[in-house]
Write a protein that binds this ligand. Structure first.
Ligand code: XIL
Length: 367
C-alpha cells in the first residue's frame, strides 16, 4: 500500500501543476510574454525554474550570455558556448528567442574600442569593428532570433548622449551605424533601441528624436525598449503611460517592456537622514526584508504591480512584448544591485516558484 501511495501522490501533484492555467495564454492577442534566462535555466540545472518558464512564458531573453564581454572576451575571439545553448534551448522549446544586446558600454569586451597601447581607436577602425562584431553575431543566429536590442543605454537621464567609448569615437553616429549593420546581417529581424528610466521626459525626448532620425534615414527600427526596472515609488504610472503613448503617436513605433522588475526595497538615495545613520542602521534600513515581507508591504507590491500590468493592458495596441527580468525572485539581479547582499522580491514568481497573487485575476478563466 505504502508503495502505491507515493506514486499516487506524485501523480496528484503533477496533475494539479498541469492544470494551473498558463499565464501566457491570458495575454494572447495582447502582448508577448517573456522572461530573461541565465545559465541555470539554459542548462537545465534549475528544473523548477524551467517548468515555470515553459508553462507560463512564450519568449526568452538572455540575461547575460550574449553581451559582448561574455560572447567575445577578447575582440575577435568568440566563446559561443552559452549563447548557442541559449538559442537551442529557446528553439527546442518553441519559444520566441530574443537577443540582448549588440552595442552597450557595460559588460563590454575590454579591448573593443581600444588599441594595444590603451588609446581609443580611430572612427574608421571602430566602424569596421562594430560591423565585424554585429555581422558575426547576428548572422550566426540569423532566422532564429526574433529581435535584437541593437544599442543599449546610450542616453543619460538628462537627455544627453552617454559619453561611452562608442560616443567618444563616433559621436551619435555609432547608433545608426549599429542598426544598419544589424539589418544587413538579418533583414527579417526586428531591431530595438533599449534604455532604462524612460519615464524621464528629457530621456524620452532624445529616444524619440533618435527613432525619428533612424526613420527619416530609412534605417530599420521596430520598437523602443523600456527596460522597466521600477520601484514602489517610481515611476509615476500616469507619466509612464503618457510616454508609451507618445512613442506610438509620435513615431508609430511599439514599446517593448524588456526588463521588468519592481524592487520592494527602499530606493537607494543619499538624503541627509541616511547619511547620518551608522553603517549597521543603514544596512537595516536598506535591507528590511531579509526574513520575509510583512503582509501589508506584500499587498502594496501586488497592488502596484497589478496597476502596472493593467496600464500595459490598456495600451496593448502599443505594447508589443513584456519581458520579466528573471523567473523567480531568487534569480533577480536586484538582490545584488545597487547594494550587494540585499534580499529583494521583484519578480512574478516567488522563491518557491508560486505565482504572485496579483496575477490570479488575469488567469481566471484561462487554460
Ligand atoms: C544585468 C544582469 O541582470 C546581471 O546579472 C548582470 O550582472 C548585470 O546586468 N540593464 C540591462 C541589463 O540592459 O543587461 C542588465 O542586466 C540590467 C540593466
Amino acid at each position: 500500500m505504502k508503495n502505491l501511495l507515493i506514486p499516487l501522490a506524485a501523480c496528484i501533484l503533477l496533475s494539479c501543476a498541469a492544470k494551473e492555467p498558463a499565464l501566457k495564454t491570458a495575454f494572447d492577442g495582447k502582448f508577448i510574454l517573456g522572461a530573461a534566462v541565465n545559465t541555470v535555466q539554459i542548462t537545465g540545472a534549475d528544473v523548477k525554474g524551467d517548468s515555470v518558464l515553459l508553462r507560463h512564458f512564450g519568449a526568452v531573453e538572455p540575461e547575460n550570455c550574449m553581451k559582448s564581454a561574455e560572447i567575445m572576451p577578447v575582440f575577435g575571439q568568440y566563446n559561443w558556448d552559452m549563447a548557442d545553448k541559449y538559442v537551442d534551448f529557446g528553439t527546442r522549446n518553441g519559444l520566441l528567442v530574443y537577443g540582448h544586446c549588440l552595442i552597450w558600454h557595460s559588460q563590454l569586451t575590454p579591448d573593443f574600442c581600444y588599441d594595444k597601447e590603451g588609446n581609443l581607436i580611430s572612427p574608421e577602425e571602430l566602424k569596421a569593428r562594430m560591423k565585424q562584431h554585429i555581422t558575426t553575431v547576428v548572422s550566426r543566429y540569423k532566422g532564429r532570433i526574433k529581435g535584437w536590442d541593437v544599442v543599449n543605454e546610450a542616453i543619460l537621464d538628462n537627455g544627453e548622449w552617454r559619453p561611452s567609448p562608442f560616443y567618444q569615437i563616433l559621436g551619435e553616429e555609432f547608433i545608426p551605424w549599429a542598426f544598419q549593420c544589424a539589418h544587413e546581417a538579418d533583414p527579417d529581424c526586428e531591431l530595438y533601441y533599449n534604455d532604462y528610466s524612460m519615464h524621464i521626459p528629457a530621456k524620452l525626448e532624445t529616444a524619440i528624436k533618435l527613432a525619428k532620425t533612424l526613420q527619416e534615414r530609412g534605417i530599420r527600427i521596430d520598437a523602443l525598449g523600456f527596460q522597466g526596472h521600477i520601484g514602489m515609488d517610481y515611476p509615476n504610472l500616469d507619466l509612464y503611460e503618457r510616454h508609451i503613448r507618445r512613442v506610438k503617436d509620435e513615431t508609430g513605433l511599439d514599446v517593448c517592456i524588456t526588463e521588468l522588475d519592481m524592487s520592494i526595497l527602499p530606493t537607494v538615495t543619499m538624503s541627509a537622514d541616511i547619511a547620518e545613520m551608522s553603517r549597521v542602521e543603514r544596512q537595516a534600513f536598506f535591507n528590511p526584508y531579509e526574513n520575509g515581507v510583512p503582509e501589508d508591504v506584500n499587498a502594496a507590491w501586488n497592488a502596484r504591480m497589478g496597476d502596472v500590468l493593467d496600464m500595459f493592458l490598456r495600451n496593448a495596441d502599443a505594447v508589443r512584448r513584456i519581458n520579466v527580468w528573471g523567473v523567480s525572485d531568487d534569480d533577480s539581479w536586484k538582490n545584488g544591485w545597487p547594494i550587494p547582499g540585499r534580499k529583494d522580491y521583484p519578480l512574478w514568481f516567488d522563491r518557491s516558484f508560486n505565482m504572485k497573487p496579483f496575477l490570479s485575476k488575469y488567469i481566471n478563466g484561462t487554460k
